[in-house]
Design a protein around this ligand. Structure first.
Ligand code: XMP
Length: 519
């Protein structure tokens, strides 16, 4: 275990991922966690992240210098580097000379940390203060035009640091620097592999659920719930039941595809066709929030009915019954960190609301992906042999096409949108763009009509909007610059093949200010 101490910048999650790419397990802890508690977790090493502040600023977050003398190896990056320097008696100067962005760095003495790294290379910097002199016992390894001490190490004490951000891709050789610290200086073993993750989780879930407990999992069709369920199934076999609800707002062929894929993988699969129930409930509704509420409510009803079928209503029964009724959820590590629950803190909260399940449905939660990042979930999915259509499926919102029809959701409108969407997806796949594009909703402006001409006749149909975006985590997104010829094929085919759609437009709004979906 390596602990990444978060000083409040955006970088801690990225650092934690890079550590895991070096095959060493890492977790994020807030800088407010007492050093004694960090050490009590027995980390093999501790990394101090960058932060937004100057070490001299009022209220600048600090760290108990005991961390540097505990014998546990420590690596400081940027702000963390300055904390280490000042904490051990070096000098951090408020020189006024700043470095932001790509900066050339000169390796003067490679030492262990920078061994084999080119003397001149570019790194990503973001700092105002500089380390003017290293603490006693440290060897200075690198400098820049304005920073005399840009990297240092004291291998005997297991301490090292760099002024730059080795975790960002713009820093050349950044991963190598991090690995030199982890593997050479801190002596971390490379045990974080997908095989080990699966084995550990399976063991943990077996002891959690016990010999008789049973579990249920709502599969959405997406990768997270599928991988979570697959791990649990490996642990408890046919004591897991998966429920997939078809709410009638899936894309063309999707439920059949999901059924085919899932039937191969999951022994007990309950596919519930609840489309009439959902679409009847949505009749006459235009407001996006109201649509979402209705869809959420009907989902709960369907799931409760499935639970009664599968468990005989165990989850609402006595505490003893509940102890044998488990609910599998695909909560990921970023959700855990963002809800203030980095492991080791006292505020671990579960995302009870995934899938919008009500509080009075008192399941015990199993969350096999609680420690994993999205890319690791995909790797685990591949390790478990899940089909690649499942592992690499682009995100699709729970309410489905219901929030991509602007206006009332009807069966006819869903059919129109399904046809247009199928063409768009087919062309995107044909152009080999599936992994470059985060997702491309197709939105039907169902209450809008526009005049067109086709053959000799006037048409009066609906427009659709293509919404191709690139993103890393859906929190922010940019509109994707689709090649013109791909847009052209999509436009021609949709207007020719889908009666009633006579216009194709492209949304070129980033997020923010737009969201990815239109509702
Ligand atoms: P927005 O529209 O908020 O979407 O930019 C961000 C990401 O979340 C997906 N999304 C949803 N996923 N239930 C879901 O499971 C929802 O209600 C929902 N709304 C949006 C959206 O597709 C995008 O990937």
């Amino acid at each position: 275990l390596v602990l990444v101490v978060d000083f409040g910048a955006q970088y801690a999650q990225l650092i934690a991922r890079r550590v895991r790419e070096a095959r060493v397990y890492s977790e994020i802890v807030p800088h407010t966690l007492p050093v004694a508690e960090m050490l009590a977790r027995n980390p093999k090493a501790i990394i101090l992240s960058g932060g937004p502040s100057s070490v001299y600023a009022d209220g600048a977050p600090g760290i108990d210098t005991a961390i540097f003398t505990s014998g546990t190896p420590v690596f400081g990056m940027c702000y963390g580097f300055q904390l280490m320097a000042s904490g051990l008696g070096g000098e951090v100067a408020h020189t006024g000379a700043r470095e932001y962005g790509r900066t050339p760095v000169a390796v003067t003495t490679p030492g262990t940390l920078l061994a084999g790294i080119p003397e001149a290379h570019n790194v990503w910097m973001s700092h105002g203060d500089s380390v003017a002199s290293a603490p006693a016992g440290f060897t200075v390894l690198a400098s820049t035009d304005v920073t005399p001490v840009a990297a240092f190490e004291d291998v005997d004490r297991g301490l090292a640091g760099v002024q730059w951000h080795p975790e960002v891709l713009h820093s050349e050789h950044g991963q190598q620097v991090l690995e030199h610290f982890l593997h050479e200086i801190a002596g971390c073993r490379q045990t974080w592999t997908m095989v080990n993750i699966v084995e550990e989780q399976v063991e943990r879930i077996r002891s959690q659920i016990g010999e008789t407990g049973r579990a249920i999992c709502a599969l959405s069709g997406g990768v997270d719930s599928a991988v979570a369920a697959a791990i649990v199934q490996r642990a408890i076999g046919d004591r897991l039941t998966c429920v997939y609800v078809d709410h009638g707002m899936m894309r063309k062929g999707e439920t059949e595809q999901v059924r085919r894929d899932f039937e191969e993988v999951f022994a007990a699969l309950d596919v519930v066709d609840a489309s009439d129930q959902f679409l009847d409930a949505l009749a006459g509704v235009h407001d996006p929030e109201e649509k979402r509420k209705i869809i959420g409510r009907e989902f709960i009803r369907t799931f409760e009915a499935a639970e009664v079928r599968v468990f005989g209503g165990l989850a609402a029964g006595s505490a003893d019954d509940r102890a044998t009724a488990w609910l599998v959820q695909g909560t990921l590590y970023p959700d855990v960190v963002e809800s203030g629950g980095g492991a080791g803190t006292s505020t671990i909260k579960s995302h009870h609301n995934v899938g919008g399940l009500p509080d009075d449905l008192q399941f015990e939660l199993v969350e096999p992906l609680r420690t994993l990042f999205k890319d690791e979930v995909r790797a685990v999915g591949e390790q478990l042999g899940l089909p690649s259509t499942m592992v690499w499926r682009q995100p699709f919102p729970g309410p489905g096409l219901g929030i991509r029809i602007i206006g009332e959701v009807t069966r006819e409108r869903l059919d129109l949108l399904r046809d247009a969407d199928a063409i768009a997806r087919e062309e995107l796949t044909r152009a080999g763009l599936d992994r470059d594009i985060w997702q491309m909703p197709v939105v039907l402006l169902a209450d809008v009509r526009s005049v067109g001409v086709q053959g000799d006749g006037r048409t009066y149909g609906h427009p659709v909007v293509l919404r191709p975006v690139t993103s890393e985590d859906a929190m922010t997104a940019d509109w994707a610059r689709l090649p013109y010829d791909v847009m052209e094929r999509i436009s021609t085919r949709i207007t020719n093949e889908v009666a009633d759609i006579n216009r194709v437009t492209v949304d070129i709004t980033s997020k923010p200010p737009g969201t990815i979906e239109w509702e």
